[in-house]
Unconditional design. Structure first.
Ligand SMILES: *Cc1c(COP(=O)(O)O)cnc(C)c1O
Length: 424
């Protein structure tokens, strides 16, 4: 084994360091496998209930009327997430798009959007109009308020109470930390927050940005009162196989509006050809629970390895997990670049290229991204990225297999070690 790792670029001392850390993780890995086993059952039961069959995999083109595979996949998602309705489409180009559709479909001029969990994900700033942007919700007369988290990253209920007013129509609750160093919220915490919001204002629409959270726990935000849950298919639920797409699951009245916003008023969910993508959507969803467990193992391994070497890691080595993201604070631009080089070097695709920081659309700061992925930008595949700004944290995620995640983490450390930026 050592020889194999040497061939892949991992020195003996780095390999040994990794093995020592792994010794302590057996129980945690077993717990993750148990969650995957449960979620595998959930997905399978939904596929069996909806009688998934070969005719679901046929390609449709043009308008896509009577698309059996597409409509049935949406029922499979509904049943898995325990919602009334679902919109699962390749026409949803990414997570930001799915969130934009959900927000703009359900907010009208004069309405206010509330984020009760502090600043939203970077790309949402332009969607909402926190940073001025053409076609933002702000431009269409939708206002925005934000209740910041407390200094320790917990939900500030008093601040939320002060924000809710007669205009508050919808709340956007981001489960994952995104590019922040706050904690990710558990599904249980999200449920408590939703209950609080509904008590303040019973008709408030609670949308959860579920990106990176799917299948990490045995329940989802839709099990604890969320009216809409939204995510990307090139993250967890696509299982690494979906080459594009997003989903919106939730109450029928809100999902229907999303369908009209995505296509056109009057057309809604009836149009949207599947273009031959159904096999990868179904099979990816089937694989998603075990893929998520692999990614989670990578995250926990990285936390334990880097914490041991003296880096601040979020979540820390022992915390329970609510998404697949692992942040490691590296303290400098050079260390971020070295870490990302190691991840890139581990990739099956583009392993020979060097990642560099660039001004990526939608982000205010320069961003560095390491991703040698089969699907461009897919972050359920082994990837690391982060905005070049203090505290110079890289956000590490993914790994379609645990072994690949392990190699990537070992190589990231190898690069830091070789550059003199980490000591064992
Ligand atoms: C990835 C992500 C998004 C946006 O998804 P894209 O597919 O990159 O547009 C939104 N919110 C969170 C929390 C995310 O992690």
């Amino acid at each position: 084994m050592k020889e194999m790792y040497a061939r892949l670029g991992v020195s003996e001392e780095i390999y040994r360091c990794g093995e020592e850390v792994l010794q302590s993780l057996k129980e945690r890995f077993a717990a993750m496998d148990a969650v995957a086993e449960y979620n595998q059952g959930k997905v399978l039961a939904a596929m069996q209930k909806n009688r998934v069959a070969a005719n679901c995999f046929a390609a449709t083109t043009g308008y896509g009327y009577d698309d059996v595979g597409r409509d049935n996949l949406e029922r499979v998602y509904s049943d898995t997430f325990h919602t009334e309705a679902a919109l699962v489409r390749p026409q949803i180009t990414c997570g930001t798009h799915a969130l934009t559709v959900a927000l703009s479909a359900n907010l009208l001029p004069g309405d206010e959007l509330l984020s009760p969990v502090g600043a939203p994900y970077d790309t949402l700033e332009e969607v909402i109009g926190i940073r001025d942007s053409v076609c933002s919700l702000k431009e269409y007369g939708v206002s925005y308020r934000q209740a910041d988290l407390t200094a320790d990253g917990s939900i500030d209920y008093a601040a939320i109470r002060a924000c809710v007013n007669e205009k508050t129509k919808m709340a956007t609750i981001q489960r994952s930390k995104g590019y922040a160093t706050r904690p990710t919220f558990s599904v249980k915490q999200i449920g408590e927050l939703i209950a609080f919001l509904k008590e303040l204002k019973p008709d408030i629409i609670c949308m959860v940005d579920n990106c990176y959270g799917e299948f990490v726990e045995t329940i989802e935000p839709s099990d604890v009162g969320a009216d809409l849950v939204v995510g990307s298919l090139i993250k967890n639920p696509g299982g690494g196989l979906a080459p594009i797409g997003g989903y919106i699951c939730g109450k029928k009245q809100y999902v229907e509006r999303c369908a009209y916003r995505l296509s056109a008023p009057g057309l809604g969910q009836e149009v949207g050809a599947n273009l031959g993508l159904m096999p990868s959507f179904y099979q990816g969803f089937f694989l998603a629970p075990t893929v998520v467990a692999s990614a989670l193992k990578g995250a926990v391994f990285a936390a334990n390895l880097y914490e041991r070497l003296g880096f601040r890691v979020i979540p820390n080595s022992t915390e329970s997990r609510h998404d697949i993201i692992q942040a490691v604070e590296l303290g400098s631009r050079e260390a971020m670049v070295a870490f990302c080089k190691g991840i890139q070097m581990a990739a099956p695709v583009d392993s020979y290229v060097d990642p560099l920081p660039w001004a990526m659309p939608g982000y205010e700061d320069e961003v560095i991204m390491a991703a040698g992925a089969f699907v461009q930008g897919s972050s359920i595949e082994l990837s690391a990225d982060g905005p070049i700004r203090p505290p110079y944290a890289v956000y590490f995620q993914g790994g379609l297999t645990w072994y690949h995640a392990k190699l990537g983490i070992l190589l990231s450390l190898q690069k830091l070690y070789d550059a003199g930026l980490a000591t064992l």
